[in-house]
Design a protein around this ligand. Structure first.
Ligand SMILES: Nc1ncnc2c1ncn2[C@@H]1O[C@H](COP(=O)(O)OP(=O)(O)OP(=O)(O)O)[C@@H](O)[C@H]1O
Length: 282
């Protein structure tokens, strides 16, 4: 087992996520798929980084590595200072489809990680149950779902479910939040509203966030850094800081400097010239 002292991790004292010369090949032999080419990436504690790139370039693969759901074929992955394969780190995860258990209330769905994740599960059955309920209700209020805790998932709209999914990802106060196209299935207005909510949640507790998205406007609105990946087998070809003042607004995304940034990023993905911004990356 590797530790922070005797591996490359020792060089990144304040890093929340480190990929060091990491590569992933799915399968073996003739059916093997090289999904992620040799890639290095460091997220400092509290950073918000967006991963953008063509379909199939390995974005979700990077999230699976950081979540400990997938071992690296080559190189190292550290989360919270530990090699990920050594011990699962405490992360929060939200996907494009907010899968909820239909027989549980929204509040009980949100509280699920507390039932499963140490050290919370010990307190779940005892005196902490009330505290956990209050924590779930406070999060629901933060995302505009005050009073919806007793409803069932099928009584909520897609946008409301995705808000609840964010609450579930945050209920155990993870220091690392992994988001895989969390707003991809939503209409534009709901998506923009949720950008604001996610930004507020991030500004409140400053977890380290790794967001996979196809939407460059979403990436530039939310992230402090946008990493652009090449086609499969992907690797990071651009790591761009986004310095716009926070809190950011939707109106800000129509300013010239914001549009210029999106044009630059899009050109890196499509290899088009800078004046060809259209709908492909949004
Ligand atoms: N379990 C698996 N077994 C075999 N190949 C896989 C597996 N998971 C992903 N792949 C392949 O690895 C490559 C990268 O997949 P990944 O899901 O990471 O891409 P992505 O960038 O997230 O794609 P998208 O933007 O379309 O969601 C793809 O070619 C995919 O077909």
């Amino acid at each position: 087992m590797n530790t922070a002292q005797n591996t490359p991790m020792g060089r990144f004292d304040d890093a929340a996520i480190v990929l060091e010369d990491t590569a992933v090949t799915y399968g073996r032999g003739e059916t093997a798929t090289r999904a992620l080419d040799t890639t290095s990436l460091v997220l400092r504690d509290g950073e918000f980084v967006a991963l953008v790139g063509p379909s199939g370039c390995g974005k979700s693969t990077i999230l699976k590595l950081a979540a400990g759901l997938l071992p690296a074929s080559e190189g190292y992955v550290f989360v919270g200072g530990r090699e990920i394969s050594a011990r699962a780190a405490r992360v929060g995860i939200a996907f494009q489809n907010a899968t909820m258990l239909p027989w549980l209330s929204v509040r009980d769905n949100i509280m699920l990680p507390l039932k499963i994740v140490s050290p919370f599960k010990a307190g779940y059955r005892s005196k902490k149950a009330t505290e956990y309920r209050e924590r779930a209700d406070a999060l629901l209020a933060q995302v505009g779902l005050d009073g919806f805790g007793d409803k069932y998932p099928w009584q909520l709209s897609g946008g409301m479910l995705q808000r609840a999914s964010l609450c579930r990802a945050l209920i155990h106060e993870p220091r690392v939040l992994l988001l895989d196209e969390p707003f991809g299935a939503l209409d534009q207005f709901t998506r923009e509203e949720l950008w604001g909510i996610l930004q507020d949640l991030w500004l409140d507790k400053k977890p380290t966030v790794l967001l996979v998205t196809h939407d460059l406007r979403e990436a530039a609105y939310l992230a402090s850094r946008v990493c652009i990946m090449s086609p499969r087998p992907g690797r990071i070809v651009e790591d761009r800081a986004v310095d716009f003042q926070r809190p950011r607004t939707v109106a800000r995304t129509y300013d010239n400097d914001f549009i210029k940034l999106m044009q630059d990023l899009r050109a890196l993905i499509t290899h088009d010239g800078p004046n060809t911004v259209g709908s492909a990356a949004s």
